[in-house]
Ligand binder design. Structure first.
Ligand code: UDP
Length: 235
């Protein structure tokens, strides 16, 4: 499937590369170059970044924080990633705009749907931090929400494996990769590739999710052209 307007979901972990936490410069640069190449090729791109490389709400619970406070810290982590990716994409010559669901006007624009659409139409990559702006949600759900409201053709969910398997392919040699499945299948089988709220939102808005591996160079550009291995989750 060729994807003209895409929402790409990158976990925080994806930006931490081999160091496993925080930001890894080389990994950030590789991902930024791939996104920049796709933007130059004419795709309209919004990116929702996670924050797990800095902080997840559940970690805060273990430290005695309440959920809303812990999630606020988690959302701030996603804004840090958005600012890092904005810089990395601009460093390779493509304009980018970080936008936050939580107002931080000294750091970046507030997220506003019409403004994000204008940026994308003008060739800027939009990087969306802050998730949904609410505690008790994840950036996967934020990605489904933004993909629906920005009228994206698909949500590209970057993972460590090249699609959805019947079992963990690292643990079970007989695991098979699905070419496609429905949102209802994904919810019924409780597939962990995205949370149920994200699948439900995608189902209700008729949004296709493309699950692909971020491991190969140029993978984002390839998936947007409909090339390479991936699993399509469709209505
Ligand atoms: N978060 C939140 N609301 C949102 C999105 C994220 O409260 O709409 C918080 C939550 O604490 C979460 C953290 O931000 O654990 C980081 O996001 P996420 O876990 O989705 O990041 P990823 O696993 O994709 O790196």
């Amino acid at each position: 499937m060729y994807v003209k307007r895409a929402l790409i979901k990158l976990s925080g972990e994806a930006l931490s590369g081999p160091i496993g936490a925080g930001l890894h410069g080389e990994t950030l640069g590789t991902i930024a170059a791939d996104i920049a190449a796709a933007a130059r090729a004419g795709h309209e791109i919004a990116v929702v970044v996670g924050g797990g490389n800095f902080f997840r709400g559940v970690q805060g619970l273990a430290k005695g924080l309440d959920r809303p406070s812990a999630d606020s810290i988690g959302m701030l982590g996603t804004v840090m990633n958005a600012l890092a990716l904005e810089h990395a994409i601009e460093a390779v010559g493509v304009p980018a705009r970080a936008m936050s669901a939580i107002a931080m006007p000294a750091l970046c624009e507030n997220y506003a749907r019409r403004r994000a659409l204008d940026h994308m139409a003008n060739g800027k990559v939009v990087i969306l931090g802050g998730g949904t702006g609410n505690p008790f949600f994840t950036t996967d759900t934020g990605a489904a929400l933004r993909a629906a409201e920005l009228g994206c053709d698909a949500l590209l969910k970057a993972t460590n494996v090249d699609g959805v398997y019947s079992a963990d392919p690292k643990l079970d040699a007989s695991a098979v990769r699905y070419e496609s499945l429905t949102h209802a299948d994904a919810i019924r089988r409780d597939l962990k590739v995205m949370d149920t709220a994200a699948f439900a939102l995608a189902r209700d808005s008729g949004l296709t999710i493309i699950v692909f591996s971020l491991r190969n160079p140029g993978c984002i550009s390839a998936v947007l052209k409909g090339e390479g291995l991936a699993t399509l989750v469709t209505p």
